[in-house]
Design a protein around this ligand. Structure first.
Ligand SMILES: [Zn+2]
Ligand SMILES: [Zn+2]
Length: 411
């Protein structure tokens, strides 16, 4: 979780930029008796040149991610424009990054720019080229997930035992809508119901920090013991997030936490856990350990929202919390053995109730969907006859509740 008031910071910046206007407005009510010699007209400065950081191809579209210039006046609108020889120039206008330009012709290479405009003038970024292409079907998998419009799972976070699949059973009192958190993200739809993973990935925390990860997984007397320093076995983005190291991520999340060792000492995990009739709720903090050596958190943030949809992470989908514990709210995209086509996924971690967590492939390599799983996001199948959880691309991503009894101490 992060508590960076990114919108507040942005608002503050924009307030500072329009400071003279505010002063005029504040003084304006005093009539003409003011003795100060302020001018009666407001001079607006044309915006500085925006920086087009990336142009990402989609199916008949391009997503233009940019940052405003720190010099010049405040832009009132931004227009993304994509042109190509022999094709119709397309454009789209908005007030913030990113801007998605649609109805492009697939396999045609476009040159795209972003223009910042206000009443005094405009400035256009340097161009980036992009070639839209139809999304590949992938072929052979049972489920196609549209990663440009994943459902936001916030409404599926409940404090009672779920009666249907796709929910997350959170222990009551673990979240509070008044807790700090981001207030807007450019990849969530305006009505808040879907989010675009492809757009969000543009804002991933960048960098290549490596860690001296330690992790052991030992079994004695039918109990598993997981020990380590909590650091991931893969490289990560650079935390804390700064405008210098991750300018795109910083726009939405100023996570001030750095990654630090946090001892993992989980013991007493049964290697043959009991499937309980009544599941157990998930609390804040760690609910499992991935074989990367780092922690798995449930898919809610401190405000009780879909954490994967809202929180900024690095390309491995991890980030640190207040004590520096690096954790994921979804399948780690780094450090795990890749799935083999046509085969059930391998074990990628363990939940605090001892049941194993597998990747997204079920029997025969088919992609697992919520409908293939129970209310806790697990099942048994031909390949793995012991109850187990699966990760999915859609909410709740990892586990929805504990099907077994969690160990009491699992920080
Ligand atoms: Zn988090
Ligand atoms: Zn399975």
């Amino acid at each position: 979780m992060t508590q960076a008031p990114s919108r507040a910071v942005q608002l503050l910046r924009s307030l500072l930029q329009v400071g003279p206007l505010l002063m005029l407005a504040a003084c304006g009510g005093n009539g003409s008796s003011s003795s100060t010699s302020t001018t009666s007209t407001t001079t607006t400065t044309a915006p500085g040149t925006p920086t087009l950081n990336s142009a990402t191809a989609g199916d008949a579209q391009a997503v233009l991610a940019f940052t405003a210039s720190t010099s010049g006046g405040t832009a009132t609108s931004y227009t993304g424009s994509c042109a190509a020889t022999g094709a119709t120039t397309r454009s789209a206008t908005g007030t913030s990054s990113p801007i998605t330009v649609t109805t492009l012709t697939n396999t045609t290479t476009y040159s795209c720019t972003v223009t910042a405009t206000n009443s005094a003038g405009s400035a256009t970024s340097t161009a980036r080229s992009v070639t839209p292409a139809a999304t590949s079907s992938g072929g052979g998998t049972s489920t196609t997930v549209d990663t440009t419009a994943l459902p936001v799972g916030t409404s599926k976070i409940i404090n009672t035992v779920p009666t249907a699949v796709g929910y997350l059973y959170a222990c009551s009192g673990t979240t509070n809508p008044n807790n700090p958190g981001n207030t807007a993200q450019g990849w969530i739809s305006s009505d808040g119901t879907t989010w675009n993973l492809q757009t969000k990935s543009i804002y991933a925390v960048t960098g290549n920090d490596s860690w001296a990860s330690t992790f052991t997984n030992t079994i004695a007397n039918a109990f598993r013991k997981l020990d380590g320093n909590g650091l991931p076995s893969h490289t990560t983005g650079i935390y804390k997030i700064t405008n210098e190291t991750s300018p795109l991520a910083y726009q939405y999340d100023q996570n001030p936490n750095s990654i630090k060792p946090n001892t993992v000492a989980w013991s007493g995990l049964s290697t043959n856990p009991t499937v309980n009739a009544t599941p157990t709720c998930l609390g804040g903090g760690a609910v499992g350990i991935f074989l990367t050596g780092a922690r798995m958190f449930a898919a809610f943030d401190a405000k009780g929202r879909d954490a994967r949809a809202w929180e900024v992470t690095d390309a491995c989908e991890g980030h640190p919390q207040q004590t520096g514990a690096y954790h994921y709210h979804s399948l780690p995209k780094c450090g795990l053995t890749a799935d083999v086509a046509g085969q059930h996924s391998a074990v990628i971690g363990y939940a605090a109730d001892g049941f194993a967590i597998y990747g997204p492939q079920g029997d025969g390599g088919t992609t697992i969907a919520n409908k293939d799983l129970d209310i806790c996001h697990g099942h048994t199948d031909t390949s793995v006859t012991q109850y187990h959880y699966h990760t999915t691309e859609t909410f709740p991503y990892t586990i929805g509740c504990y099907r077994g009894t969690p160990i009491t101490s699992h920080d």
